[in-house]
Design a protein around this ligand. Structure first.
Ligand code: SF4
Length: 125
C-alpha cells in the first residue's frame, strides 16, 4: 500500500508517493530531486522534529510582576527523533532557568548524547 507525503524540504512541496518494497527499501515517486527521497526515507523510517516549548523561569516573590513574561520560550538546535520528544519535553519542563538569560544560551547540552541542544529562544533580563 502506498503512502502519500508532501516534501517540505523546499518550497516546491512535491507530492511524494512512497511504496515499501519486499526488501524493506522504499520506492519514492513524485520527487523533483534526490532530496525528496532523503526526506521520505527519514520521515517514514526515522522521523525527527524541531521542538519548541517554554521553560519555567526562576522568579522570587518580591520581584513577581504579572505584567512580565513568566516562562522562557526555548527550542532545539536540530530536529530530534519524534518518538523521543516526550522525554525531551520532560527535561525542558524540569528546567528552572535563572535570569538573566541571553537568546541562544544553551540550557540543555547534547540531550542524551543526541547532539541536540536546547537553547533560549529570546533574551530575558
Ligand atoms: S523533492 Fe526536491 S524539489 Fe521537491 S520539494 Fe523536495 S527538495 Fe524540493
Amino acid at each position: 500500500m502506498s503512502e502519500e507525503l508532501v516534501c517540505i524540504t523546499c518550497p516546491m512541496g512535491c507530492r511524494l508517493t512512497v511504496d515499501r518494497l519486499d526488501d524493506s527499501s522504499l520506492k519514492v515517486d513524485g520527487n523533483r530531486c534526490s532530496r525528496g527521497i532523503q526526506y521520505a526515507t527519514e520521515e517514514l523510517l526515522a522521523p525527527k522534529r524541531m521542538v519548541s516549548a517554554t521553560a519555567r523561569i526562576s522568579v522570587s516573590a518580591d520581584t513577581l510582576d504579572f505584567g512580565s513574561i513568566m516562562r522562557l520560550p526555548v527550542r532545539t538546535t536540530m530536529p530530534y527523533p519524534k518518538e523521543r520528544v516526550p522525554d525531551l519535553l520532560k527535561a525542558i519542563y524540569a528546567l528552572n532557568v535563572s535570569l538573566p538569560v541571553k537568546r541562544g544560551e544553551v540550557l540543555i547540552n547534547d540531550f542524551k548524547g543526541s547532539g541536540v541542544d536546547v537553547i533560549a529562544a529570546r533574551t530575558l533580563p
